[in-house]
Design a protein around this ligand. Sequence first.
Ligand code: ADP
Length: 153
Amino acid sequence: MRRAIFPGSFDPITLGHYDIIKRGVKLFDEVVVAIGVNSEKKYMFDLEVRKQFIEEAFKKEPKVKVVTYEGLTVDFCKEIDAQFILRGLRNPADFEFEKAIAHTNRKLSKIETVFLLTAARTSFISSSIVRDVIRNKGDYKVLVPKSVNLNSL
Ligand code: ADP
């Protein structure tokens, strides 16, 4: 079974993440969306809410699982027997950052990182921009899957 994890904060999930997960499903038998818990970080959405948004968005996709984890991503990969880490690349800044992490992960383990270039139409979207739009009462719905509905909270 070819299992990949797609790690991130997903605070909240955006159409950019959605696109990468959808395309990942075509490459792997299972895509585990893994929400990393970092106690030093302040989040806009609680862990359970972030998880619900993703689960709801992929409720019709049995190959997508959503979990939370703490600690090193490579350790978590070993724990759930994932051979691949899936990441999205938006721009050169993402590339430089991801390169260092992927090299480190290869030093620590045998796990391969697979990069997908973002779709052009969602490449400008980031969770931090979405949070800014939400804080300032803008129309965040054009940037996120339908499951991210603040009225349902
Ligand atoms: P992190 O806290 O690791 O930055 P994010 O939730 O922001 O977590 O991102 C998780 C993954 O999703 C990363 O690989 C990131 O490059 C990718 N990603 C973020 N935004 C987009 C986007 N608009 N299109 C495609 N991939 C994206």
